[in-house]
Design a protein around this ligand. Structure first.
Ligand SMILES: Cc1cc2nc3c(=O)[nH]c(=O)nc-3n(C[C@H](O)[C@H](O)[C@H](O)COP(=O)(O)OP(=O)(O)OC[C@H]3O[C@@H](n4cnc5c(N)ncnc54)[C@H](O)[C@@H]3O)c2cc1C
Length: 373
């Protein structure tokens, strides 16, 4: 068995994820876990079935077998105790080598041809090398962070075989918003915490980060698919989700003017919320108007940040191209796993868990396929 990779080493995005502590998976119940995955045309119950085969516990156990213990943080996110990716990757590669897996690095897949067996064309130091195989698992990633190797170049390789692919787009990414200079001067780099944020029908409780170009943060990442579905992407921020408009008005008491300045202390508005309300709206002439805007502050977003910067990508090989074994219907013997398929999930460990579970399923399917030949 040979593992080919275009880069001089494997698992580069895995290592990048390690910079954030390596959020391997999540500890929530499997039924809820399965609802985190979205994507056009996903087969019904696909994720329930997939996670029943390889769930968060299975992933934690496989890390433990490699000597890497994990823990669930209060958020439910699961990390290695050391909060590092390198030890896990190193031991995983050692285990594969010990099992007889060959590593062929600096091999860029440029073509797939069907003969009696599959012919895989690789570019190696500028020369074409061809390898043969009965079963092939492609796990070539999406299009984010291309410097880690997942540059989406495989799209043309599969399109030549007639495979349909939804365009790779940014997911779990920041969005652009033209902040007035005064907002950036006051609160660039600051978080807006304890808010709820809505896009279309989806509401998320979380936080946002004000950046030079717009917004980052968990809440906007989780709203990605809802935002992409809107003809004109906009979010509605509720800076005081625990209070109704009436309660906020009552808390302002009989304040006759300077509503926003009073609200800053009486409602404990964060600096960022204050700066947004002060600079994006004309002066408030009543407590009611301020309370209503505080609970429904609309920001019309310009566009998602570029794919190269995103944590993950949406789009990829369309589900209709795959059977239940994750094999390409048009290319018997070629199996797919990971971000190159048209699914999406929020941050929280769902991305890695999805990739590991798909990898497990594709590997079992490929073994069964080779054994049957
Ligand atoms: C900054 C950052 C932080 C993240 N943190 C987390 C996290 O904490 N938790 C989480 O769940 N997810 C996280 N993710 C997402 C997660 O890393 C990815 O979803 C996951 O790595 C995707 O796995 P994959 O196997 O599909 O592809 P990848 O990990 O992208 O691997 C694809 C591999 O294919 C190789 N390849 C591509 N094209 C070719 C070719 N033509 N020929 C040969 N080889 C090729 C690449 O070199 C690469 O090694 C993070 C992502 C980023 C960018």
């Amino acid at each position: 068995m040979t593992l080919f990779d275009a880069k001089p080493s494997v698992g580069r995005k895995f290592l990048v994820a390690g910079r954030g502590g390596l959020n391997l998976t999540h500890s929530e119940p499997r039924e809820k876990f399965a609802t985190r995955y979205t994507g056009a045309e996903q087969p019904e119950n696909f994720w329930q079935t997939l996670l029943a085969e390889f769930d968060a516990d299975a992933l934690r156990q496989s890390a433990a077998q490699l000597g890497v213990e994990t823990f669930a943080a209060t958020s439910g996110r699961v990390y290695p105790r050391e909060l590092k990716a390198a030890p896990l990757l190193r031991r995983w590669v050692q285990q594969l080598r010990a099992a007889g897996v060959q590593f062929a690095l600096r091999h860029r897949l440029t073509g797939l041809r069907q003969d009696a067996r599959w012919q895989l064309d690789f570019l190696v130091a500028g020369e074409l090398h061809t390898h043969e195989a009965d079963a092939v698992i492609l796990a070539l990633g999406g299009g984010s962070w291309p410097e880690t190797g997942s540059d989406g170049d495989w799209v043309s390789v599969l399109e030549k075989l007639g495979i349909t692919i939804a365009p790779l787009t940014s997911s779990n990414c920041g969005w652009e918003f033209p902040w007035p200079a005064a907002v950036l001067a006051q609160v660039e780099g600051q978080p807006v915490k304890n808010i709820s944020v809505r896009a279309g029908e989806t509401t998320i409780t979380g936080e946002l980060l004000i950046t030079k170009y717009g917004l980052e943060g968990g809440a906007i990442y989780q709203l990605g698919s809802a935002l992409r579905a809107l003809p004109e992407p906009e979010i509605v921020i509720d800076f005081k989700p625990a209070h109704s408009v009436e309660q906020l008005v009552r808390k302002l008491g009989n304040c006759p003017r300077n509503f926003l300045a009073e609200a800053r202390s009486r409602w404990r508005l964060s600096d960022a919320a204050f700066a947004i309300l002060e600079n994006l709206h004309p002066p408030f002439t009543s407590a009611e108007a301020l309370a209503a805007t505080t609970k429904n502050c609309v920001l019309k977003l310009t566009s998602p940040r570029p794919l190269a910067e995103a944590i993950s990508s949406a789009g990829g090989v369309r589900w209709r191209e795959l059977d239940a074994a994750l094999m390409l219907r048009q290319c018997p013997g070629i199996f797919l796993a990971g971000e190159m398929i048209d699914w999406d999930a929020p941050t929280g460990g769902y991305l890695m868990q999805g990739c590991f579970a798909m990898g497990t399923h594709a590997a079992r399917s490929a073994l069964a396929w080779s054994g049957a030949k």
